[in-house]
Unconditional design. Sequence first.
Length: 648
Amino acid sequence: MYNHPLHQQINQAIQQQQIDIAGMDNLFFTRFIANATAIDALFHELYGKHPQQEVFFNQLINLIAESYTLRPAILKQRDEEKQTKGNWFLSNEITGMSLYVDRFCGNIKNLGSKLDYFKELGVNFLHLMPVFESPEGESDGGYAVSDFRKVDKRFGTLKDLQQLQGQMQKEGMYLMLDIVLNHTSHHHEWAKKAKAGDKRYQDYFYTYPDRSLPDQFDRTMPEIFPESSPGSFTWNEEMKKWVMTVFHNYQWDLNYTNPAVFLEMLDTIFFYANLGVDILRIDAPAFIWKQLGTSCQNLPQAHSLLRLIKQSVQVAAPGMALLGEAIVAPKEIMKYFGTGLYTAKECDFAYNATHMALQWDALATADIRVMLAAQHEILQKPYGTSWITYTRCHDDIGLGYDDYMIRNAGFEPFEHRRFLKDYYAGYYYDSPAKGALFSVNPKTNDARISGSLASLCGLEKAIEQQNEEAIEYAVRKILLMQAHSFFLGGVPMIFYGDEVGYTNDYSYLDDPGKSYDNRWMHRPVIDWDKNEKRNEAGTVEQKIFSGTRKLIEVRKKIFAVGDYKNLTWLTPHNIHIAGYLRTFEDQKFYCLFNFRDKHSYLTWFAFKQHGAVPDSLYDHWQDRKVSVGHDHEYLVMEPYQFLLLEVR
Ligand code: GLC
């Protein structure tokens, strides 16, 4: 639908910025015109009733044009390269690592000298946990930002970050940073002004003179940190007002019903884009719109906001993909990829948190049926979008899949979840795991799980008990968990330290700024002497590091494991063995995982169900041929063994 006034508005903004639409900026102009109707519709859907809607809309158009003008030439060139490639981020060649700069190597400058380490492992994509200014002691690991544009001095300077980005770019590496969209620290300039009584900035947040609205909200809003920050509002004595604080009481929720807030944050998004961010992790997008009488999560307006961000970024910085960090139920997560006209036009990525939790379910129960009961929903993801697949990250593990999935697998949901929590917290008598319950809510009996990959896989206990066999099993489990997530489709994201098997670190208990949050147990401080042991044959570090490196190598060789909506689950002939088939044109790649601590048998017939099977398969994990048996014979898998079988 042609809209002349809108076109004129865009032309004006373009003239102001002296953008060369007939020459080198022609593609930008085309993108702008192509997306203009969507931008207009989404903006007015959200802010159409605001008295100054037209002023703000004009600001939006100008902001997009200005951000493009400010985009460095080298990034514009990269945008074009990425666009020519198509969906560059679906590739099997990208493997990520997520890390805290200070805990990994001190500061950003030092990180520049660690690029060889990533190269050695095969990692070519880094997620730097929040590096912008955040008050120590009230930082939520950097997710309480007091200045969105100033790198915290603990990590270095903005210049250091720019240098690192330049270095990474030269090495062909990708960078991910966070935008903490939902809230600011109460030390942010806006919050400070609000506290000082500035009405304009009080409207940047949700502030209330008394409890009447907060009480109504609290009735329907689930608590996120019920132990350390119960409720969703905090009294501020300076303002003499209640302020909405869904997460910690020092994280003030931004009010996106105010278009000024949206524009400020979009401007910040462009600032990050123009720093050279390849994938922007949008923190907690499920929470960005609030409405009385609802859970204030996953609301349709939150999706419209994300779509508006996506369409705007698509115009000014098309090389930057968006990851929506929504850790929500399987049905809800799909909507973050966009629906209807916006299918595959909202977030490019989401975390496959459901599957991550299901892997932990399968590992504890040695039974893959719950995992399979969830797949019909997980597989709904639209083509052109991708998952971040992972086993652990800086956060807890929530068992957020649906009750019916557990029931369909034949279990009772409450008891099943209780078993999993007991198992990983180490309460269950026979459990090798050593983790802890996080955010226990006595009102709902809800809890999540903390603990490092290695400790949850039993390595910590096994080392304590000096039990060599248990150590061996823990290493197998760690690699099985990683392999399962690496080949599933999506970009694998390793959590730093897991590549050499860091167990839980309990020193957070001595730090009052961290002791209230046991997620710190699985956020290690890297001891480079320990990491050096990756070069000593026979050490646990060497086994895990070389195994992880091998998995990345194999992944890079097999095109079919890219995320092209090309995954088929194998019929569960044996409930202990998870199997999926990845295909692309002539390539066929079977991945099989025995989640049990005993030998398991899989009928060779399982392969026949997916077309003709050759006489032999090639296992890329053990670099050997595997000959295929008759239908009445079995493939025997060792405890926690996995096979990466290419049909040749
Ligand atoms: C995200 C982060 C988490 C943080 C929360 C609040 O979920 O991953 O670490 O506590 O947002 O910002």
